[in-house]
Design a protein around this ligand. Structure first.
Ligand code: ATP
Ligand code: MG
Length: 399
């Protein structure tokens, strides 16, 4: 029995002349993620909007489960399925269809056959194919045909040179392959929002480098473990991810000593952006991604976003800016970060927070406060003391 994995990528298919760039990147990302199964898989060429992965031997159920979960979580894939291959003559197709029926039909009360020919120069029509196979199944097993709500739908797609038979189409993550839109740094706190923002931008083709600011020993090492777990989930989509752990306690202490206490959060955030900008330059990244959502907390009023955003000339991408918390939580649940995000953690930003933080910062006043601390030195120290982790959940043989 010969099988094939077919991966469809509608959005890439729309990219016309650039299609090859997008499909090559998707193939490269998948090769990395599926490296533990490289003895089983052969990545072949792109055929009319689909990427084919041939199986060199028959696949075990656990192997397909593993592949399925990787494909579902890979940006750039709209749909995928596992198909059996047959020759295109009617007799061979019927034989393969009957083999599949023998395995599946006992578990269902109704079925249908859906046939499609991509090339029309064949001695039978799609309808002939569906009718003959349907009749053969009814004759042998007596199972009822139901064209509208079948419990089992056997699809047959006749392509040039081969027919594909399959009965389950899985939905992928959609979007564009990670890395096709360039690189950005993503500010990753332990909260709900920032992993969602990162995942969304990854799904639009960005390759992300994650940055986390901590105040160890004033914040707990568990908070860092939590961020590592979040980064690992993001790496499962992207393939791998770099995570910078950057200490900001010295910055916070300086701000607490020298600045207007109402502005502590705004000033810390400005320095976070400045550090992010420098790391972005080193990493050849062109933008900064944050999980800001307008009005959600004190640092996210329009005035404060302006006073903070002014710290960098790099574009700050805030995909959640207009989104309700309810929607963000749904997305976090779907992409697997929610359960980790809601674990308790202490946050660098809530240290030294005054009773009444400024909610309407004035840029001119903020800038005058910035001059009271040696920002260049503090930024340099933080970057020098930062730690870099390379997180790659696929590097070792996991299967
Ligand atoms: P989140 O749920 O992502 O923590 P939030 O609603 O709590 O967001 P803030 O705490 O104001 O909002 O943070 C806004 C954004 O600033 C975060 O989404 C994140 O991108 C960035 N950020 C905040 N704190 C940190 C941190 N300690 N390390 C890295 N980025 C951070
Ligand atoms: Mg937060």
């Amino acid at each position: 029995m010969q099988e094939l994995i077919i991966i469809n990528f509608e959005e890439i298919y729309l990219k016309g002349a650039n299609q090859k760039f997008f499909s090559n990147k998707l193939r490269e990302n998948l090769k990395h993620k599926l490296q533990a199964l490289k003895d089983l898989l052969h990545f072949s060429h792109v055929h009319g909007g689909s990427l084919f992965i041939e199986l060199k031997r028959s696949i075990k159920r656990e192997e397909w489960k593993k592949i399925e979960s990787i494909l579902k979580n890979t940006p750039g894939i709209s749909q995928f399925y596992l198909a059996r291959i047959s020759a295109t003559d009617m007799e061979s197709i019927i034989k393969t269809a009957m083999d599949m029926a023998e395995e599946k039909i006992h578990q269902v009360k109704s079925f249908r056959v859906t046939a499609k020919r991509l090339k029309k120069n064949l001695p039978y029509t799609s309808l002939d194919l569906a009718r003959q196979i349907g009749a053969a199944i009814v004759n042998r097993y007596g199972t009822k045909v139901d064209l509208t709500h079948p419990e089992w739908n056997l699809h047959i797609k006749v392509r040039p040179g081969m027919a594909l038979l399959y009965d389950r189409v899985e939905e992928g993550a959609g979007g564009l392959p990670a890395g096709t839109a360039g690189r950005a740094v993503a500010l990753l706190s332990g909260g709900i929002d920032s992993p969602v923002a990162a995942r969304m931008m990854m799904n639009r083709g960005l390759e992300l480098v994650a940055l986390h600011f901590h105040s160890v020993p004033k914040t707990s090492p568990q908070s860092i473990e939590k961020v590592k777990k979040l980064a690992r989930i993001l790496a499962q989509s992207q393939g791998k991810i770099k995570l910078y752990l950057i200490p900001v306690l010295e910055i916070q202490e300086n701000i607490a000593r020298h600045n207007d206490s109402k502005l502590r959060l705004v000033l810390l955030r400005r320095l976070m952006l400045k550090i992010a900008e420098q790391i972005a330059q080193n990493e050849k990244a062109k933008a900064i991604v944050t999980g800001d959502s307008l009005g959600q907390v004190a640092s996210q009023t329009l005035e404060n976003l302006i006073a903070i955003g002014n710290a960098t000339s790099m574009p700050v991408l805030r995909p959640l800016i207009g989104m309700d918390k309810k929607f963000i939580i749904q997305y976090a649940r779907k992409t697997g970060t929610y359960d980790i995000s809601i674990l308790p953690h202490d946050d660098a930003c809530s240290l030294f927070t005054p009773q009444n933080p400024e909610t309407k910062a004035h840029l001119a006043y903020v800038l005058s406060q910035c001059n009271k601390i040696d920002t260049a030195k503090l930024i340099r120290n933080a970057i020098e003391a930062s730690e870099l982790l390379n997180i790659d959940p696929f590097s070792s043989a996991l299967l």
